[in-house]
Design a protein around this ligand. Structure first.
Ligand code: SF4
Length: 253
């Protein structure tokens, strides 16, 4: 038997025990996910960190208690700033791989750790915010800090339903859903805009929102080359313009 100190209290432990086994044998809580008493420890979840004096330097260091063997006179801390930092990092890494795992979030909370919001697929490049403001015009998206984290969020009532933000999004976290006569633009579970869809006068396909068509008309009406406004989708518009060109050519010949 050896004597070890865990959180300033002395315990007896068998010589071949790990620190985790010794702690648990004495009813002390250390979080683990990859540990199973019937299997050899792997140290892969990295949750079971404890603080001990380093072997050669004697300086405090964090180590994985599932693979660290007990030693007579060893002093172990299961709670400290360094343990908390390492444990938080380990919880966050695990939640990056399994953001839907409620059990991991609950375990983190039970150890007083806030693992932060789950990853939402957005890489905060702000391309959606920039394209909506700088190219399209309405400025219907902005960045907002929620619980210390930046999110791209909609500004109510400004979206015109063009879908440019969804097209430019590199991770495809912004979605355009055209269902029946309605277009919905969404980021995460937040609606950016919900719009009726207009039919193309050429082929009858639902193709654009009235707000978008109005916006384009206003933006282009002062242009010298502007033709009369039409309600054709891009395919029909091209088809008709090609036909008009070939007709004018024939007339000129
Ligand atoms: S769909 Fe709405 S939010 Fe997205 S770029 Fe167009 S106007 Fe902006």
């Amino acid at each position: 038997m050896v004597t070890i100190t865990i959180d300033e209290k002395e315990y007896e432990a068998e010589e071949d025990m790990t620190v985790l086994q010794a702690a648990r044998a004495n009813g002390l809580r250390i979080p683990t996910l990859c540990y199973h008493p019937s299997l050899k420890p792997s140290g892969s979840c990295r949750l079971c960190v404890v603080e001990v004096p380093g072997r050669s330097s004697g300086r405090q260091t964090t180590m994985l208690s599932c693979i660290l063997k007990v030693k007579n006179g060893m002093e172990v801390k299961t709670e400290s700033k360094a343990v908390n930092r390492a444990r938080t990092r380990a919880f966050k890494n695990l939640l990056q791989m399994a953001p839907q795992a409620k059990s991991i979030i609950a375990m983190a909370n039970s150890f007083g750790i806030d693992p932060g919001p789950p990853p939402d697929g957005c890489i905060r490049c702000r391309l959606c915010v920039r394209v909506c403001k700088e190219i399209v015009g309405p400025g219907a998206l902005r960045m907002e800090k929620r619980d210390g984290v930046n999110y791209a969020v909609p500004i109510e009532g400004l979206c015109i339903g063009c879908g440019t933000c969804a097209n430019i999004c590199p991770t495809k976290v912004i979605l355009v859903e055209d269902r029946e006569n309605t277009r919905t633009i969404k980021i995460r579970d937040e609606v950016i805009g919900k719009h009726p869809l207009e039919r193309c006068e050429g082929c009858g396909k639902l193709y654009a929102t009235p707000k978008f068509l109005d916006h384009i008309h206003k933006r282009t009406s002062s242009h010298t080359e502007m033709k009369s406004p039409h309600n054709y989708c891009s395919t029909c518009a091209k088809l008709f313009s090609d036909r008009v060109k070939s007709f004018s050519k024939r007339v000129q010949q």
